[in-house]
Design a protein around this ligand. Structure first.
Ligand code: 3HC
Ligand code: NAI
Length: 693
């Protein structure tokens, strides 16, 4: 038998075990081994087949590393058709995560039993794919068309209990899975249970005509803008429930292979591996001892501090929020409680869950409460002096070994650490707003941050459900630094005559969640204005963010003042073009002598995105980011960069680095060298054909 699939007998039961660490993906040896095992079970005197997996999980899917390479037979759909066609009952025992091709394998069995902690799902959509091994045919037959479509287009895994209720599994194991599964198989044999092929079930199509499928597709076209997989899933499911099995299988296979070679899927697979790469620690941190983190303090309970506290409490940690006075402390508590009560009102949390979360949060105005904390995250005003002041105070009272973290967006972490007698314990934890929702965490390693502090915070990030990326110190770290040239070019284009709506629409058509002018209005134009005013390294260029500054100086602060780049009716977020802004821009352009020109939508995208990419290359050159894929991860998870393009650095490589480089050179020619010197790394990779590191 194959090395990864073993065949044993438990009396009348053929016990087939897959053992392909780490996650039992259906790599070629697994598929081949399973095919042999099925043939052997068909030929011997066993009366039932029980399929189980060794190790930490049931099959977690097809082997993603095989995608894009020539496929080696047998294909997974063929193996699963053979499994379903076996003339003896096939029982599948599930533990860990049965995902994608894993759940498809389970559905091709005749009876399913799962460990109570198991999770089941069809996450292909998150890889820009559709379930390609019969899932679009079998899931709707087991659970109904609508729930199956939701499972596939949402991509999230469901619990064993939910799977039981939905009809995806037949039983939840009491106690250990293997004996329970063997017991189940024996029971089935004793009852003379017959094979029960899922494909033979007649799906309930009541009310599900062409128009229903078309409506689902157009809804997904809107909610998953820029992605095609969700709509292709609807097509595949419709095929799966309307065409004969063999025809449906053929058509779905073609669609699957088409999706595998799409940019969308390559981009999303790139992000999947980017996330795993980013979690890997630099060599000097791997062996470092970890510090225990249980009690957390958050300094400042404003927008970010409250969100950070919510995140810790939701992850099961106790958190104390420190504010300056009773009124501010009460506001912080209201923010925190309000978030959970809103979730309760929507039915997402029950009373007990709200109470449990609240029991983990305290607010205080007594600095001394931070003394015993394992970790303190500072989220006070974005002002170096204020931050240095609180770090001096933290240094004076926190216990030795406590980690002192700053959520600063732009300040120099080393200058903050430098006021303490323990710079090795200081690190940046740069959250994104809303901090309890956004997955990204830039973990900022200062010049003196010790390896064990880095390792502890990177692991803590995963524990609190974040996607961490380790970055170095510079103005704006990776994400915000790269946003500057992007926003700068948007402002230059305004002066050159492109309207806010035209810039936003071009960049939103490219796939960014929101254009730069709309983002400015949402965040408040005073925020950028203040940050820029504090900069000592402003370029000697009167055009630099001139329009943003002018609007802020005129009190046009964005949505909160009813006017910014756009105007807003009271209580509405709808962006309305404002002739007054356009007039103001024209007058300012004339005053500054900026030549007016037409820029196409594609030209707008190139100006903004290539400015960002060029800066990304500098970030890599300087070692601020460890890998190009870390930058992509940051942009996809923190800045609304379209996942179907894989992040700015993957996008640049899809376009071709030499084409990007040439365009940067032509911008230098046309717009001057002040902002358009190509990064040395970009030049090198463009010329040598090497990928970005
Ligand atoms: N193929 C290849 N490698 C995989 C893999 C897969 N499907 N799933 C995980 N791995 C690898 C990871 O890259 C990682 O490798 P590394 O150690 O070298 O970095 C290792 O397995 C462990 O993975 P994680 O670090 O993610 O481990 P966790 O325990 O945190 O998570 C998991 C486990 C929940 C299974 C998670 O890895 C996961 O979500 N995997 C992807 C599941 C998935 O998308 N399946 C669908 C695949 S597409 C498909 O099945 C098509 C079908 O319809 C034909
Ligand atoms: P905020 O103004 O909403 O909150 C700051 C809070 O800190 C206020 O409630 C204030 O009372 C409190 N505070 C000030 N001095 C204090 C002190 N000495 N002790 C205790 N509390 C004190 O500001 P926001 O937006 O929450 O930002 C906080 C930090 O997070 C800043 O450094 C900011 O750059 C950073 N950040 C902000 C993001 C955002 O989108 N708002 C995103 C990522 C980081």
């Amino acid at each position: 038998m194959s090395q990864v699939v073993s065949y044993a007998r438990e009396a009348e039961i053929a016990l087939v075990t897959i053992d392909n660490p780490p996650v039992n993906a259906t790599s070629h040896p697994v598929r081949a081994g399973l095919m042999d095992a099925i043939a052997r079970a068909a030929a011997d005197d066993s009366r039932a087949l029980l399929l189980v997996c060794a190790g930490r999980t049931f099959i977690a899917g097809a082997d993603i590393t095989e995608f894009g390479k020539p496929s080696q037979p047998p294909s997974l759909p063929d193996v699963l058709d053979a499994l379903e066609a076996l003339a003896k009952p096939v029982v599948v025992a599930i533990h860990g995560t049965a995902l994608g091709g894993g759940l498809e394998t389970a559905m091709a069995g005749h009876y399913r039993i799962a460990d109570a902690r198991a999770k089941l799902g069809l996450p292909e959509v998150k890889l820009g794919l559709l379930p390609g091994a019969g899932g679009t045919r079998r899931a709707p037959r087991l659970m109904g068309v609508k729930p199956a479509l939701e499972l596939m287009t949402d991509g999230a895994a469901i619990s064993a209990a939910a799977a039981l209720a939905a009809g995806l599994i037949d039983r939840i194991a009491q106690g250990d899975l293997l004996p329970a599964a063997l017991g189940y198989a024996r029971e089935l044999l004793a009852a003379n249970a017959a094979p029960r092929p899922t494909s033979a079930i007649v799906p309930d199509m009541e009310g599900l005509d062409d128009a229903w499928f078309a409506a689902r597709k157009s809804a997904l076209a809107k909610s998953a803008r820029g992605r095609t997989a969700p709509q292709r899933i609807v097509d595949a499911l419709q095929i799966g429930v309307t065409l004969p099995a063999n025809e449906a299988a053929l058509r779905t296979r073609e669609m699957f292979l088409e999706m595998v070679s799409s940019t969308e899927s390559r981009a999303m697979r790139h992000l999947f591996f980017a996330e795993r790469e980013a979690a890997k620690l630099p060599a000097d941190c791997r062996e470092a001892p970890r510090r225990a983190i249980e009690r957390v303090g958050v300094l400042g309970g404003g927008t970010m501090g409250a969100g950070i506290a919510i995140n810790f409490a939701e992850s099961g940690l106790s958190v104390t929020v420190l504010e300056t006075d009773d009124a501010a402390a009460a506001r912080a508590m209201d923010r925190i409680r309000g978030t959970w009560e809103a979730a309760r009102a929507k039915g997402r949390l029950d009373d007990a869950a709200v109470a449990a979360r609240l029991s983990r949060v305290e607010v205080s105005t007594d600095f001394g409460v931070l003394a015993p904390m394992d970790l303190v995250v500072e989220a006070v005003f974005e002002d170096l002096k204020v931050k240095q002041d609180v770090f001096r105070r933290l240094d004076a009272i926190c216990r030795p070994g406590a980690i002192l973290a700053s959520n600063t967006s732009y300040q120099d972490l080393d200058a903050i650490a430098g006021v303490t007698a323990r710079p090795a314990d200081v690190i940046g934890m740069h959250y994104f707003s809303p901090a309890n929702v956004m997955k990204l965490l830039e973990v900022v390693r200062g010049a003196a941050t010790s390896p064990d502090v880095v390792a502890t915070v990177m692991e803590l990030a995963r524990r609190i459900g974040k996607i961490p990326a380790l970055v170095g110190v510079c103005y704006g770290f990776v994400g915000n630094r790269m946003l500057q040239p992007y926003a700068r070019e948007a402002q230059m284009l305004l002066l050159e005559g492109a309207t806010p709506a035209r810039i936003d629409s071009a960049i939103e058509s490219f796939g960014m969640a929101m254009g730069p002018c709309a983002v400015g209005d949402l965040a408040g134009l005073d925020i950028g204005y203040k940050a820029r005013s504090a900069r000592k390294d402003r370029p000697d260029d009167p055009r630099w963010f001139r329009i943003g500054d002018l609007l802020a100086e005129q009190g046009r602060l964005g949505q909160k003042s009813g006017a910014g780049f756009y105007r807003y009716e009271p209580g509405s977020r709808e962006r309305l073009p404002d002739p007054a802004v356009e007039q103001l821009i024209r007058a300012e352009a004339a005053r500054l002598g900026v030549v007016q020109r037409e820029t196409s939508a594609a030209g707008i995208v190139e100006r903004l995105i290539y400015a960002m990419v060029n800066e990304g290359c500098r970030v890599l050159e300087e070692g601020i980011a460890q890998r190009a894929s870390d930058i992509d991860l940051i942009y996809a998870n923190g800045y609304g960069f379209p996942v179907a393009r894989g992040g700015p650095m993957m996008y640049a490589q899809t376009v071709g680095l030499s084409a990007v480089y040439e365009k940067v050179l032509s911008f230098r020619e046309e717009l001057g060298p002040l902002y358009w010197e190509p990064s040395a790394l970009l030049a090198r990779c463009a010329k040598s054909g090497e990928p970005l590191p």
